[in-house]
Design a protein around this ligand. Structure first.
Ligand code: SF4
Ligand SMILES: [Zn+2]
Length: 316
């Protein structure tokens, strides 16, 4: 880790580094896609992801760019169910769903509690529904929503990293003990959880990035999460670009993502996925980027270690 960084990260600085938000419509999700994912039972199924438009997350994590597609004020009661109904019309037949809201589903200023019932009724044909939340917002409200819901509820929580100093620097306003308590609460109430883990957050070298992603996965599975998703850290939100320019952040390498995914699958403690969006960002080798992307997707689907890619860039 870089010892001579004078990095002072706080809400004010992170927000001051931002560019403009995108124009969003509070009556429509800002994104919708269907991708294949391996379910807990081992089947590969279409999974819908609805990117709900709602109020900006009250936390300001250093690496986050999700604020781009959010509103400044809470959306009206009824807007979220309307967005979900619109999206579901586009993806008939899908049985697995993620509702991602650029923040925390259980933030009442993002998703009004008054809308829970209607949301639950819209989701009655699904088998699983995954929502995301900051660990500090995991409480009885999750159970209220779960009790209204027919599909299995799963909650995705950002652990990010267990490196104590880096976790503080990320401005996540959370300790690893908070994360553990939230997972325990969910597990105690029969709700499965998934951890988001960062590959190479700022101030770490490539090898430290790999080491801490692996330790973070160890920790996450020990707390009882059912699944981990490894996210290679990107720039693009202002603050991260500044750090990159200063040499305090570098994009991780796709080889590292492969190594960390292999490690996680080898643990055999639960499903482990690599985030495979925009992988071209993490490779300088046109010869193998396609093959490596396919390999990561194959491992995501099979949860087995696929044959390594041979390429000159392995020795670079
Ligand atoms: S809690 Fe999640 S959505 Fe909110 S700022 Fe942090 S990373 Fe972004
Ligand atoms: Zn290569």
């Amino acid at each position: 880790m870089s010892e001579d960084s004078d990095l002072l990260v706080n809400d004010h600085w992170i927000v001051s580094m931002r560019g403009n938000k995108n124009n969003v419509d509070p009556q429509k999700p800002y994104g919708l896609l269907v991708e294949k994912e391996r379910t807990i039972s081992g089947k590969i199924e279409d999974t819908g992801i609805i990117f709900l438009t709602n109020r900006e997350c009250p936390f300001h994590c250093l690496m986050c760019d999700l604020w781009r597609n959010t509103t400044d004020e809470p959306v009206a009661i009824g807007s979220i169910p309307k967005q979900i109904a619109w999206a579901l019309d586009q993806i008939p037949g899908v049985k697995q769903l993620k509702l991602y809201n650029s923040g925390s589903f259980f933030d009442r200023r993002a998703i009004p509690v008054e809308d829970y019932k209607e949301i639950a009724s819209l989701l009655s044909n699904f088998e699983t529904v995954t929502v995301e939340s900051h660990p500090s917002l995991i409480n009885e409200k999750c159970l209220t929503f779960r009790d209204m819901l027919k599909p299995d509820l799963q909650v995705a929580l950002g652990l990010e990293t267990v490196h104590p100093q880096i976790l503080r620097t990320l401005n996540k306003q959370m300790t690893i003990e908070d994360f553990r308590d939230s997972v325990s609460f969910l597990t105690k109430h029969g709700i499965r959880s998934r951890a988001f883990i960062l590959l190479r957050p700022p101030l770490l070298s490539e090898s430290e990035g790999i080491y801490w992603a692996e330790r973070s996965m160890d920790f996450a599975f020990n707390t009882g999460v059912e699944c981990c998703t490894i996210i290679p850290v990107r720039a693009g939100n202002g603050a991260m670009d500044f750090l990159m320019g200063k040499g305090d952040f570098n994009l991780p390498d796709i080889h590292s993502l492969e190594m960390v995914l292999e490690y996680g699958i080898g643990l055999n403690k639960g499903r482990v996925f690599a985030d495979v969006w925009d992988l071209g960002l993490f490779s300088n080798c046109n010869n193998c980027i396609k093959k490596r992307t396919d390999r990561l997707i194959e491992m995501n689907m099979s949860q087995e270690i696929a044959t390594p890619i041979k390429c000159e860039c392995n020795d670079a």
